[in-house]
Design a protein around this ligand. Structure first.
Ligand SMILES: Cc1ncc(C[n+]2csc(CCOP(=O)(O)OP(=O)(O)O)c2C)c(N)n1
Ligand SMILES: [Mg+2]
Length: 562
């Protein structure tokens, strides 16, 4: 279309024509004309108002994770942009396509430190893939098309677009862009053949899958390759849904609190095929599983962005390819797995021994989180989406839950607290018929708990589970290990979470004793609307494997056990 439009309307038209169906915002007077433009697209683009910009940005990030296309977030200048920064950071670390539109001071006031002025380039320059400021309404179609393309090209990530207020009111007769199409790097035949030869020579191959963007088809192709060649597949940190965890080829995730036997397996593999992930501090367990820069394992690294190949680790074979293109090519590869089928069976046995059943509860008080995850595993449908933030409570989830399908895990590789609840908004809005569960610790919950109001307003039947141990256990754990007995800053005095939920209009209840969680889950699922279950858990149970007293005095606790 080409007609005279305000910048705000022109921008809203571009957002819609590039295929955005869901956007999150906290309104601001700095971008009224964009909001007004969105009104004319209200039937195509659902605009959800969050209570806090951090939540809006996280929800948009989760939209990007689930769809592989940029999630869209709109916020006001200084305070709004500062709040939204956490979502930009997560999009960066998790390689998620995200567009953050920031209302900005008028052009003529720039540089005066006008009211709430923020220099987006300075603030976001080191975490966004790119930062634009639109100087004239005529260039809106070009810059927005560029932002969509940049966010999705190569390694996906966040792009920030700053919108001077007067540009949004300026009139323009610019012509619309064409809808953007993401470009996909394709795995070359020669590289696939080279990989086949490397596999032919391998004794102990291991596949580490992660990164993205994945989709159901690519995951199915990766799985069929792994099964045909009897390859063990591990998932990178918080990408546990790339392979059905119940299959024999699945060997567990290389995240925080990794199975030590899995870590050892990767260390001793002779061929490591990384399909999609960046090889970060987490996947390499503090850069110890692989030697930098030249790993002992023959490293094959598949990544859509050439800048990630050799960034820390020099691959023996680097393949610049989308995970989908690689998986499609690999699915046709036939290599006999006879030599390593025993190795793959052992990898699976290690996983099952590690994650089969939560250990016997040592808790004397409240509900063991092992019981909670066991109930979720047994009772949720295979396509339920589980969302979480950061904290020790996630260790139970990541270790004992079985992810069955792609798109069922929304969790921040950035380790950001407060992520799970906003992510659950996106998950439920995009998948109205599916079960969505958000898990949060008491600390984590209180970073985005205000979004219970958004759940009610948008009628989203999300089930929120708050694991309440009345402390920031992750930090307390580190504190006890490094400074035994010197506790500071990690105790929490909390509200009554169930009552807080009820005050928002959710079904809310608290479980305090073993055996109570499963019936509470059934009641929450039957509630027909958003529900919150507060689970009182024992502060003594730091992780499935560590207790508070042991962290404080490892020797003494071991003596006491004898
Ligand atoms: C936004 C943010 N702030 C601080 C941290 C550091 N941090 C990591 S885990 C954690 C405690 C989480 O507490 P809670 O949600 O209660 O979970 P718990 O560890 O008690 O199970 C903190 C403060 C973080 N990861 N993210
Ligand atoms: Mg806690």
């Amino acid at each position: 279309m080409s007609a005279v439009r305000t910048g705000g309307r022109l921008l809203a038209d571009q957002i819609a024509l590039h295929g955005c169906k869901l956007a999150f915002c906290v309104p601001g007077e700095s971008y009224l004309a964009l909001l007004d433009g969105m009104l004319d697209h209200r039937d195509e683009v659902r605009l959800v108002t969050c209570r806090h910009e951090a939540a809006a940005a996280n929800a948009a990030e989760a939209t990007g994770k689930l769809t592989g296309r940029p999630g869209v977030c709109m916020v006001t200048r200084g305070p709004g942009a500062a709040h939204a920064a956490v979502g930009v950071h997560t999009a960066r670390q998790d390689s998620t396509p995200l567009l953050l539109f920031v209302g900005q001071v008028a052009r003529r006031h720039r540089g005066r430190e006008a009211f709430q002025e923020i220099d987006c380039e300075q603030v976001f320059g080191s975490i966004a893939k790119s930062v634009f400021e639109i100087d004239e309404a005529d260039r809106i179609p070009e810059i927005v098309a560029s932002a969509f393309a940049l966010a999705t090209g190569g390694r996906q990530g966040p792009v920030v677009v700053s919108l001077p207020e007067d540009v949004l009111f300026e009139h323009s007769d610019a012509t619309d862009a064409e809808p953007f199409t993401p470009h996909e790097p394709i795995a070359g035949r020669r590289e696939i053949e080279e990989l086949r030869l490397m596999l032919d020579a391998a004794e102990r191959p291991f596949v580490l899958a992660g990164g993205g963007p994945w989709d159901a088809e690519a995951c199915a192709q990766l799985t069929s390759w792994a099964r045909a060649c009897q390859l063990p597949v591990g998932a990178s940190f918080r990408r546990q849904d790339v392979v059905d965890n119940t299959l024999d080829c699945y060997a567990g995730d290389v995240g925080l609190g990794v199975n030590p036997r899995l870590a050892e397996r990767i260390r001793t593999a002779d061929l490591l095929i990384a399909v999609g992930p960046r090889l970060t501090e987490i996947e390499t367990q503090g850069y110890t599983l692989l030697r930098a820069p030249a790993p002992e394992q023959a490293l094959v690294h598949v990544h859509p962005d050439p800048r990630e190949l050799g960034r820390v680790y020099q691959p023996r074979l680097g393949i610049v390819s989308s995970v989908s293109s690689f998986a499609a090519s690999a699915a046709d590869m036939s290599v006999t797995g006879d030599r390593w089928s025993g190795w793959t069976r052992e990898a699976r046995a290690d996983y099952e021994a590690w994650s089969g059943h939560p250990p016997e509860s040592a808790t004397v008080f409240g509900v063991d989180l092992g019981e909670v995850v066991a109930a979720l595993r047994a009772e949720l449908p295979d396509d339920a989406i589980l969302c979480n933030g950061a904290g020790n409570y996630t260790v139970w989830l990541h270790r004992f839950f079985r992810y069955r399908r792609w798109g069922t895990q929304l969790a921040p590789q950035s380790g950001a607290m407060g992520y799970g609840i906003p992510a659950s908004l996106a998950a439920q809005l995009l998948n109205p018929g599916r079960t969505v569960v958000a898990l949060a610790g008491d600390g984590c919950f209180q970073m985005s708990g205000q979004e219970l109001a958004t759940m009610v307003q948008e009628r989203l039947p999300i089930i929120v589970i708050v694991a309440n141990n009345r402390m920031l256990a992750t930090i307390r754990m580190h504190q006890e290990r490094r400074f035994p007995g010197r506790v500071i800053g990690t105790d929490l005095v909390n509200p009554d979470f169930a009552a807080l939920a009820r005050a928002h209009g959710l079904h809310g209840e608290r479980v305090e004793q073993a055996g109570e969680f499963s019936p509470a889950l059934a009641r929450a699922r039957a509630a027909g609307g958003p529900a919150l279950i507060e689970v009182l858990s024992d502060p003594e149970a730091l992780t499935p494997a560590a207790s508070l007293s042991e962290a404080r005095a490892p020797g003494e606790a071991a003596m006491a056990r004898r």
